[in-house]
Design a protein around this ligand. Sequence first.
Ligand code: KIV
Length: 301
Amino acid sequence: MSLTPISGRSTDELRRKVTTASLRELKLRHEPITCLTAYDYATARLVDEAGIEMILVGDSLAQAMLGHENTLSVTMDEMLHHVKAVRRGVKNALLLADMPYGSYQVDPNDALRNATRFVKEGGAEVVKIEGGEKRVDLIRRIIDAEIPVAGHIGLTPQSVNVMGGYKVQGKDLSGIEQLMHDAVALDRAGVACLYLEGIPREVAAMITAEVGTSTIGIGAGPECDGQVLVFHDILNLTFGPPAKFVRRYGDGAAVITNAVGAFRADVKSQQYPADEESYHLPRDTKAGLETVLARKRAMRR
Ligand code: KIV
């Protein structure tokens, strides 16, 4: 249903395209920014039409969509395949693509080529890179090539083996200092926004107050400029116990299980398809067919 306000334009038409400039405006207005992941066309359309400002094709699709144990194995081509599908479903939200592990750590020229592919082939508007100060040169280079970059610090899943698991970061004074340092370095490099993952709320609040860019938190408390969650997490479409910061807004697993079970039961009991769900011959074709069949039966006798 499209709600038509007095101006005669639908709410959808009135909703503005979100750009990197809008993120700054939202921060200045203290209006919380919303971000969700999406990995396919249908989800992207629904998330976009719900008015979410940022849609991230996260490398978390390795787990959520492809069933991998962590994000390390997903490839550039796999990511691009999903970015293209999401692009087709997004109209107003800012579209971000995650640079997968190996696509920017090995060689800066490769990194630039891969970031460019996300924009040129995938239609992404921003690329996201994990890591702090050590990524500054690369981030500057990508921005110089006219590609906005989102930073991502704290619990960076691509560093799972270095961190020794998915552990909250910045819990001691030296960790806090490092995070502050990283955040300021990325802000100065000109990131379009900064994802803060798995850090104490107090530290995220300090970073948010310190940097000009918009912070988008996941497991980083309510003081961030915005919040991101994984679509599959908010709909109970993941199979393990949820992380502490996940809030479930629906039970997608129950909806799917019930619908699939009901379809199976209907087919087994021949309740599906009903006559109304079947195509029929036009009346004259049916009459002609009956005449032909009757003639064949008569000849057989
Ligand atoms: O891959 C991802 O989904 C992410 C976020 C949730 C920040 O990087």
